[in-house]
Ligand binder design. Structure first.
Ligand SMILES: *[C@@H]1O[C@H](CO)[C@@H](O)[C@H](O)[C@H]1NC(C)=O
Ligand SMILES: *[C@@H]1O[C@H](CO)[C@@H](O)[C@H](O)[C@H]1NC(C)=O
Ligand SMILES: *[C@@H]1O[C@H](CO)[C@@H](O)[C@H](O)[C@H]1NC(C)=O
Ligand SMILES: *[C@@H]1O[C@H](CO)[C@@H](O)[C@H](O)[C@H]1NC(C)=O
Ligand SMILES: *[C@@H]1O[C@H](CO)[C@@H](O)[C@H](O)[C@H]1NC(C)=O
Ligand SMILES: *[C@@H]1O[C@H](CO)[C@@H](O)[C@H](O)[C@H]1NC(C)=O
Ligand SMILES: *[C@@H]1O[C@H](CO)[C@@H](O)[C@H](O)[C@H]1NC(C)=O
Ligand SMILES: *[C@@H]1O[C@H](CO)[C@@H](O)[C@H](O)[C@H]1NC(C)=O
Ligand SMILES: *[C@@H]1O[C@H](CO)[C@@H](O)[C@H](O)[C@H]1NC(C)=O
Ligand SMILES: *[C@@H]1O[C@H](CO)[C@@H](O)[C@H](O)[C@H]1NC(C)=O
Ligand SMILES: *[C@@H]1O[C@H](CO)[C@@H](O)[C@H](O)[C@H]1NC(C)=O
Ligand SMILES: *[C@@H]1O[C@H](CO)[C@@H](O)[C@H](O)[C@H]1NC(C)=O
Length: 838
């Protein structure tokens, strides 16, 4: 289909979206008939009653086609019974009436000349005086923002005790009870009060700040993990009743929505999530938070709802004996740090406890930091929100009426235990303690017996580690050991898609790179299995895994240290640092080494691995500039279900290096790695990013322009200009360029296998003249046409009943930073990762 043919359709599209169904004054909806609704012209949105959790109460909401609500009259507690009704009165106001006749909500637009009401295709309910809007649901948000709706600084989203605000500084904040601020995110690159800023969501899933002060377009705050597809998908932002601000994504007709971004990645950091005196924590098996009471000195306010918090069984004022401090290890009280400096003291841990105890009613709880700062936070009477996590370096105290009862492990306190249960608990405790003591005695006896002649106990564990290391099996480290070897994670080498990497020195003086994995919530067993697979993969051109740590929630990997860092630092250096410029011979060796490493992953090892994220950042160079591929096998470790993981940095795959099948929802095979490698190879030759667009490249993507130049026989133009005055083997350069074009073919079947790539580079296998990498040529130009062409492909895919998706070219046009759609996360973690040798 030609572009011109599409214009009539596009025109129809726009006329329909601006059309509205009008609602006449005097119309009524009744709660007793949930089928009765007011729809937008295309039925994209509708207004109607929905039942609250199969109770007999109803709320009035505007919903997306399948029933996902985006606006509520009043708040979630504004409900009516089954005789309730919603009326558009001739006096010009909307009114929600209970069956008893009481008004529970009113738009208060009486006497403002309202003649019509309508619901548009964006989900906005508008009351108008003729054509002048008087009131709209977008202007009176409840807890949700949808695309085309904007939030101003004077508007607030509310849900229960929680509120979300957008400040004129460009910061976003979350508060509890309008007073306790538990989240405040800004961007230091905006450091002024903005003029009439607004917060808005683009349909593609990008949360941005708009302001007249920004000369270079909106300021991006967050991306959804499924960012990119538009089609019939709605993304919206919602302040949830759990106090977290989240982005959701839902398909038309669907009753449910998936979370695709959240403001707080750790739900336990939401103030008051577990109610007053409640303690939030996670257990090993689930990633959703648990609410508990601090100890048996407390009982739940509502046994059926642990989020209602806890109350003391005996009040401190009416305490028969003396008050005492209950100790809770690895716990803190929110907000942390406190907002008032008057609550911060500097003292030891026991003073932190006794000071609060002696302060009478002025202090009810305290937290002592065990990080060496000696800080102590005292809590005045009021709402107490606790968080317990083995990773927290602090001890907390709560004042209770003595004696302090033991605090059992998380998850068991919500149910009141019987006396016999308590008795059994003690018997078990004593038995465990006796066994432990016996074991410790035995162990230390043995230790003393075998080590009394050894000058240094420490060297034993180092020797042990060395032994294991030499055997090729991965060494298991304790978290403490790694903390020590990295000097408390002091020297950061970089931050990849899976977490930050730190430099460390092991007990045997070996320098290592320690990767602190984030968002890996896999069970211990599965993690160890993956570690075993990765560490059994040995090749000269793969970075070697030395060991790992799996302790509580900590998951770390220890790799050999690569002195020269990653390839991108050498290829894309801006200044003329000729010392860091790689010559052609080195580049060719790196290209060949990388290809050999990937060949091993794809074709030669026992459990074949598709890398999924080949890019210069993941190609490391040792002291001799030998290339080693890193981060292989990690994609499988991600648990896509973990909501705390969906952050911006975690998105797998990188635009520019992603094969087209990632975006077209086709199977991912080893051929997807070939595509990424082809792009990297082109960059090694040219020293330029493959997606770079500049005047030199006629405003085309570099990879596209390069093929055109190649067709003209202009190989010298593609070669890195910094190499032109050096001795370069032009035959090798031509081979490398041709191989890269073969690798970036749109059709996976046209791309060669990695083994073949190695042979072609080495000149063993013959290279045919590569055809143009087609898809890329189509989306080459950067003006509006590229959107059009992406629409063409989106429409054709849609006709073939696949979900419509935009191609990579539209990312380019939107000027968005390199990110892949969140679908990749799910796909990367699925079983597709094993290589399919086709
Ligand atoms: C609503 O529609 C459903 C299915 O279309 C029907 O089964 C149900 O009886 C209707 N309810 C009312 C109150 O009309
Ligand atoms: C509305 O419906 C028409 C006809 O079915 C369709 O062409 C158009 O794209 C729809 N508009 C929206 C916004 O869904
Ligand atoms: C609605 O009316 C019912 C009785 O008809 C009453 O029990 C309920 O409390 C009322 N709700 C509100 C919000 O007024
Ligand atoms: C309408 O006015 C009443 C009385 O002043 C007020 O209680 C209510 O909150 C107002 N409703 C809205 C939606 O602003
Ligand atoms: C409604 O709009 C007309 C002009 O379009 C204006 O003259 C009139 O005052 C408005 N009514 C009210 C109540 O504001
Ligand atoms: C919403 O969409 C309409 C129609 O495309 C447009 O006129 C209006 O400016 C948009 N509003 C916002 C706030 O984006
Ligand atoms: C809901 O709105 C009513 C009236 O505006 C208010 O009194 C009530 O506190 C709100 N409830 C919640 C949970 O925010
Ligand atoms: C919420 O804040 C108000 C005023 O700031 C205060 O009076 C009230 O006690 C607070 N609520 C709770 C539960 O602490
Ligand atoms: C905005 O957020 C930054 C941290 O992201 C914080 O340092 C700054 O104080 C905040 N500004 C305001 C006005 O809250
Ligand atoms: C922003 O405005 C607030 C209140 O109007 C003022 O206190 C603050 O100093 C201003 N900040 C800047 C950076 O102009
Ligand atoms: C701050 O804004 C700049 C420019 O939009 C962006 O590149 C950067 O990622 C932002 N930083 C954060 C922490 O959001
Ligand atoms: C309470 O404390 C005081 C002084 O610290 C002590 O004399 C008294 O015996 C204590 N009472 C009980 C019941 O422990």
């Amino acid at each position: 289909m030609k572009l011109q043919d599409l214009f009539p359709f596009l025109c129809i599209f726009f006329t329909i979206t601006t059309a509205q169904t009008t609602i006449q004054p005097g119309t009524t909806l009744s709660a007793s008939n949930p089928n009765q609704t007011w729809s937008s012209p295309n039925s994209t949105f509708y207004i109607g009653f929905s039942q609250v959790d199969s109770s007999s109460s109803y709320t009035l909401t505007i919903n997306y086609n399948g029933g996902v609500p985006i606006w509520t009259a009043g708040n979630s507690t504004t409900t009516v019974n089954s005789e309730g009704s919603f009326q558009f009165l001739s006096s010009g106001n909307l009114r929600l009436l209970n069956g008893s006749g009481a008004t529970v909500w009113d738009s208060n637009t009486t006497g403002r000349g309202v003649t019509t009401a309508s619901l548009d295709e964006f989900g906005n309910l508008v009351l108008k005086n003729g054509t002048l809007p008087v009131w709209s649901s977008f202007d009176n948000p409840s807890d949700t923002i949808v695309p085309n709706q904007t939030l101003r600084v004077d508007q607030v989203l509310r849900s229960g005790s929680y509120s979300f605000r957008f400040l004129s500084s460009g910061n976003l904040t979350l508060k509890w009870n309008d007073s306790v601020e538990y989240w405040n995110q800004g961007n230091t690159s905006i450091n002024a009060n903005l003029t009439s800023p607004t917060l808005g969501l683009q349909p593609t899933g990008i949360l941005s700040i708009f302001s007249a002060a920004f000369t270079s377009g909106p300021h991006v705050v967050a991306y959804s993990s499924d960012y990119g597809d538009v089609g019939t998908r709605l993304r919206f932002l919602k302040l949830d009743e759990d106090g977290n601000f989240k982005m959701y994504s839902t398909d038309i007709g669907s009753k449910t929505a998936n979370m695709v971004w959240s403001a707080l990645t750790d739900q336990c950091e939401v103030f008051g999530y577990c109610g007053n005196m409640g303690i939030c924590s996670y257990n090993e098996s689930s990633s959703s938070p648990i609410c508990d009471c601090p100890s048996e000195n407390f009982e739940p306010v509502d046994v059926n709802d642990s989020r209602q918090g806890c109350k003391r069984k005996a009040e401190i004022d009416s305490c028969p004996g003396n008050a005492t401090m209950l100790e809770i290890d690895h716990a803190k009280f929110l907000t942390y740090e406190p907002e008032l400096s008057a609550q911060i003291f500097y003292m030891g841990i026991s003073a932190c406890r006794s000071n609060c105890l002696s302060q009478g009613s002025a202090c009810i709880a305290s937290t002592s930091l065990s990080d060496g700062t000696g800080q102590c936070y005292a809590k005045p009477p009021g709402f107490i929100s606790g968080y317990r996590n083995p990773a927290l370096p602090s001890t907390s105290y709560v004042k209770v009426c003595g004696p302090a009862l033991p605090n059992p492990p998380p998850g068991v306190l919500t149910v009141e235990k019987s006396r016999s249960g308590r008795f059994r608990f003690w018997v078990v405790c004593v038995a465990v303690a006796i066994t432990l003591l016996g074991l410790i005695a035995l162990e230390s006896g043995l230790w003393w017996w075998c080590c009394r002649n050894s000058p240094k106990f420490d060297s034993l564990s180092a020797q042990y580690a060395l032994l294991e290391y030499a055997s090729g099996a991965p060494v298991q480290f304790s978290y403490k050991e790694l903390q020590r070897s990295t000097k408390e994670f002091k020297e950061k080498l970089g931050a990849g898609g899976f977490g930050a990497v730190y430099k460390g020195v092991l007990a045997n003086k070996e320098v290592v790179a320690v990767k602190q994995l984030e968002g890996i919530e896999q069970g211990e067993k599965q993690f160890r299995m993956e570690v075993a697979t990765i560490s059994s993969t040995h090749h000269l051109n793969l970075v070697r895994l030395i060991g790992f740590c799996s302790e509580g929630r900590h998951r770390l990997l220890v790799y050999e240290f690569m002195k020269n860092g990653s390839l991108d630092n050498f290829l894309f250096t801006t200044e003329e640092q000729s010392g860091r410029l790689l010559n052609w011979e080195q580049r060719f060796k790196i290209a060949l080494g990388t290809a050999k490493g990937i060949t091993y992953l794809h074709e030669e090892c026992r459990d074949c691995i598709v890398h999924c994220d080949i890019k210069p950042e993941n190609i490391l160079l040792d002291e001799n500039y030998k290339a080693k591929v890193s981060d292989f096998g990690l994609a499988k470790l991600i648990n896509a279900k973990d909501h705390r993981y969906r952050t911006l940095t975690s998105v797998r795959g990188t635009r520019g290096y992603l094969a087209p099948e990632w975006l077209a929802n086709l199977p991912i095979t080893s051929k997807s790695d070939i595509y990424s490698y082809g792009m990297v190879l082109l960059e090694i030759v040219s020293g330029r990013r493959n997606f770079e667009v500049s005047a030199v490249t006629n405003r085309k993507k570099f990879s596209v322009w390069a093929h055109e130049e190649f067709e003209k026989g202009n190989v010298n133009a593609i070669l890195d200009q910094r190499l032109t005055d050096q001795d370069v083997d032009m035959e090798q350069v031509t081979r490398a360029i041709q191989v890269s074009f073969w690798c970036i073919q749109e059709q996976p079947s046209q791309r060669p296998m990695m083994g073949k790539v190695v042979q072609m580079l080495e000149g063993i296998a013959e290279i045919e003249r590569p055809p143009a990498p087609k898809a890329i040529t189509e989306s080459s130009t950067t003006s509006g046409t590229s959107i059009m062409s992406s629409n063409v492909s989106a429409l054709t895919t849609f006709a073939a009943s696949a979900p419509a998706s935009s191609s990579s070219s539209s990312y380019q046009t939107m000027g968005v930073s390199p990110l892949a759609s969140g679908r990749n996360i799910e796909r990367a973690s699925s079983s597709l990762l094993h290589s399919d040798p086709n």
